[in-house]
Write a protein that binds this ligand. Structure first.
Ligand code: SAM
Length: 298
């Protein structure tokens, strides 16, 4: 008689406890969660830092992150390694068209009754700066039209210091600028060898700063926003961290304010506070109840 033997999957070794502790620390500090199947990636990033510090074991590296005097700067250095900054100019054209043709005119109409003609746009998780510079270029295009006499402040924040340094230098290669027409390159960039630097006009009126979206204290002080772009950032967060960040965005937006997420992101199951609006080729979330001309709401 044959005994039926079940084929067993090879057992994966349990993750190293010190790596799990580092995972928990990263999650606590930045809201970024590495599930078990992404732990190798985290280990690889820790490995880079360990080589730099000439540290031999994860246990010793964990000490660098928690009890040694370098702990704060080391945590920042590790977060610089972990955070992924894929981006480009004009990443989501339908979203930008909707901002220009529908969302901004709608906000201006509401705000025109107020004495102060000022708009605040926040690029949260701006990476190397392509998104806020794109927004600034659109603002320049509209400066003589829809935005005539309006002061527009663009705030651009990210957790990654290296990305922010790149953003401030504003020098980009062909990959980042691939969506730009020759006319836009000529209008807003200065060639620098085989790269391009954003020109001084398009670099003005943007303030870059380091901000951790999981830092509740700092997030409380980001009030008075008309539009928030937080595109392709929350994909690295687990549900609990997403909910906290989205609640801050809700509190930080003015009553008519809009939130834009990345192409494949949504607030489904995350928050019911916002109203989803369908714009041509894009969606947005609006805080207030007002119907949106040109867009369909559900
Ligand atoms: C894929 S990029 C998105 C860039 C841009 N928004 C876009 O859509 O093209 C994600 C950015 O989110 C940033 N990020 C990740 N976690 C963050 C956190 N806790 N606080 C602030 N920024 C964070 C990363 O540093 C990275 O630059």
């Amino acid at each position: 008689m044959h005994r039926r033997c079940k084929r067993r999957r090879p057992q994966r070794a349990p993750p190293e406890p010190d790596l799990v502790r580092i995972r928990d620390l990263v999650y606590q500090v930045a809201g970024i969660f590495h599930p078990d199947n992404k732990l190798r990636l985290l280990q690889d990033r820790c490995g880079r830092r360990m080589r730099e510090l000439k540290v031999q074991s994860l246990r010793e590296y964990l000490e660098c992150l928690t009890i040694r005097p370098i702990r704060q700067s080391e945590l920042i250095a590790l977060l610089n390694e972990i955070t992924i900054g894929e981006t480009c100019f004009f990443r989501n054209q339908p979203q930008l068209d909707a901002l220009r043709r529908i969302v901004l005119p709608n906000i201006l109409q509401i705000k025109s009754k107020l004495p102060l003609r000022r708009l605040r746009i926040w690029s949260a998780g701006c990476s190397t700066g392509e998104e806020p510079y794109t927004l600034r270029m659109l603002q320049i295009e509209e400066a003589g039209g829809t935005l005539k006499d309006w002061v527009v402040e663009i705030l651009a924040t990210d957790l990654n210091e290296r990305s922010l340094a790149h953003a401030k230098a504003a020098v980009y290669g062909n990959y980042s600028t691939r969506n730009l027409t020759t006319a836009w390159r000529q209008k807003y960039f200065i060639p620098q060898g085989d790269q391009f630097q954003v020109n001084p006009l398009a670099r003005s009126n943007i303030s870059f700063s380091r901000l951790n979206l999981s830092d509740d204290t700092r997030m409380t002080f980001m009030k008075g926003m008309d539009v928030i772009f937080c595109c392709n950032v929350l994909i690295y967060f687990d549900l609990a961290s997403k909910r906290r960040v989205i609640q801050h965005f809700f509190n930080n937006l003015l009553p008519h304010g809009y939130l834009f997420l990345g192409h494949s992101e949504s607030l489904y199951g995350v928050s019911e506070d916002f109203r989803l609006v369908h714009l041509p080729g894009a969606t947005a979330y609006v805080k207030g109840e007002r119907a949106l001309p040109g867009g369909k709401s559900i």
